[in-house]
Every structure is written in C-alpha cells, then in structure tokens.
Design a protein around this ligand. Structure first.
Ligand code: G3P
Length: 293
C-alpha cells in the first residue's frame, strides 16, 4: 500500500498529504504511518461514538414524545362524575355507591336544603374526598377574591365557582396565580370557555340544560369547547353541568368532556334498567325452584 492509498479514506485535510514528499527512510515512514494510523483510528472511533450518541439522543427524544402522548391519552380517558347537589343525604347515598368523584353546589341548590351554606359545605367536604365547588355571590372581582380566599381555607378540595363576567375573569386570574382552584360557572358559549381557560380557570361549567331549554343545542357548545381545549392543550377541565337526563351524560362522555355533574335523580336513572329488574326477578323465581339440600 502506498502512502496515497493509505490516506485515501482519511479526512480531507490529510488526503492530499503524501509521505513521499517528506523524504523519509522506510523506518521513519513506518513510524510516521503508525503514528498517524493511531490518531486516525482514534478519530474514527470518536466519530463512531458521536454518531451513536446522536442516534441514542434521537431515540430518547422520540420515546419521550411517545410517553407524553400516552400520558395525555391516559389522563383524557378518566371520565369523572360529580353530584350536583348540596343535599348531604343524597351525597352520602351516592358516595356509598362508590362512583362519585366530586360535588358541585350553587346558591339555588343550597337554598333547597333549607340549611346554611357553611353548614352544608363543612359536611360535604367530610363525605367526598374530591373536588367540591362552592360559589361566590359578590359581583366585583375584589369581593369575589375575598370570598374565595375564605372558602378555600375551609378545605383543600374546595374550588371556587365564579360567574363568567369581566369581573369574574379578573378574579379567576388573581386566584389562579394564588393557586386557588376555580370553576368558571354559568358558561353558555365556547368564547366564554376560551377566555376562562386563558385566565387560568381549573374547571369550566357549560350549562347545557339551560341552553336546550331555550332551543339551542347545549351539547354542541360542549363539543366545541372540548375541541378547542384539545387543539391548544388548555388545562381547564370541562364539567358538563345543568344535566337533565342520562342521555346528556352519555353525550358528555362520548365527546370527551372530563366531568358530568349530575343531579341525584339522574344518577338513579343511570343505574336503573327495566331489564335488569326483570332479570333479577326471573333469577330469584328460578332459584326458589332449585331443590335445596
Ligand atoms: O351545576 C349547575 C346546575 O346546578 C344548574 O342546573 O338544572 O339549574 O340548570 P339547572
């Protein structure tokens, strides 16, 4: 192999370098070649290692992205059911079925119980270990924030229901910076939902039944919100509220909403099926005819 061949596969800077020009004797040439061969080999090994490191980094990036997407999918798959009531007996009963993840209240629901707001809330937080919504009644942001801070002190699970108005947005922004969870309530449009998500609301509650009542398709607003939040990875969770019947719950789950908050009578309708009752009766009747030992 002549020196030209020896260097032919080496880096450009050395390719045009000929050992002959150095006028070395054969021993010097051999030692020279060996010295360079060693350094080239080292250089090659380094290149190979660098290539490997790049390849592994690319693989790690790819796996990280895949893992994050999987995490998001898994998170998205969690569908929660809240009970929409301030009646502690209903809450106790539903909770004993083991399917309730949280509770939402509002001034009307508290009024129906005939008890004080504080009394209701203190009892509810001791029954359900999950998000509990308690609503403010102030109309200005300062008043809302003051009420919210007091309510948040009652229990770590309390989130503050704030109506969607310009003052409400201001309050949500302040509270979210303080780490106080909020539920933007009385939501009737996707535009409102965009604004509360930008303000940092923890939850948004589109009232679908009340939209249906006036001839608008409430569930379409939920679909729009879910799509928009997904497009931009907004963290605000969608609570489908003002639910009137079990079909609303199915639609909420189908379109990817995070939560359905249901009145107790709707929860009862969800569990009940005439064929289940008929089936139980038939099994028991037949069981009675089975000879006993
Ligand atoms: O969570 C809000 C809900 O209580 C409102 O329901 O039946 O008064 O429209 P509704």
């Amino acid at each position: 192999m002549n020196s030209g061949e020896f260097f032919s596969n080496k880096p450009l800077s050395l390719k045009f370098f000929s050992v002959d020009r150095l006028c070395m004797n054969s021993d010097e040439e051999e030692s020279f070649k060996k010295q360079f061969k060693d350094s080239f080999d080292q250089e090659m090994r380094l290149e190979i290692v660098k290539d490997k490191v790049d390849e592994i980094s690319r693989k790690i990036d790819f796996l990280e992205k895949k893992l994050n997407n999987t995490k998001k999918t898994v998170e998205k798959k969690k569908f929660m059911i809240f009970l929409d009531t301030a009646d502690v007996e209903e809450i106790r009963k539903a909770h004993s079925w083991g399917v309730i993840d949280g509770v939402t209240t509002n001034p009307t629901l508290v009024c129906k119980t005939g008890r004080s707001f504080e009394e209701c809330i203190h009892e509810i937080v001791n029954i359900v270990d999950g998000p509990i919504s308690a609503e403010v009644v102030s109309l200005d942001s300062e008043g809302m924030v003051k009420e919210a801070r007091e309510l948040a002190k009652i229990h770590k699970n309390i989130n503050i229901k704030i109506p969607i108005t310009p003052e409400g947005l201001k309050a949500i922004k302040i509270l979210s910076k303080e780490g106080i969870k909020t539920n933007a309530t009385l939501c009737f449009s996707a535009n409102q939902a965009i604004l509360v998500a930008k303000a940092g609301a923890t939850f948004v509650s589109p009232f679908i039944g009340r939209l249906d009542d006036i001839g608008h398709e409430g569930m379409q607003v939920v679909r729009d919100i879910v799509q928009i939040y997904k497009n931009y990875d907004f963290k605000t969770k969608v609570i489908v509220a003002s639910i009137r019947h079990p079909l609303h719950v199915i639609e909420a789950a189908k379109c990817g909403a995070d939560i359905a908050t249901v009145p107790f009578d709707v929860l009862e309708k969800m569990v009940k099926h005439a064929l289940t009752d008929v089936g139980i009766k038939r099994f028991l009747d037949d069981w009675a005819k089975v000879p006993k030992k």
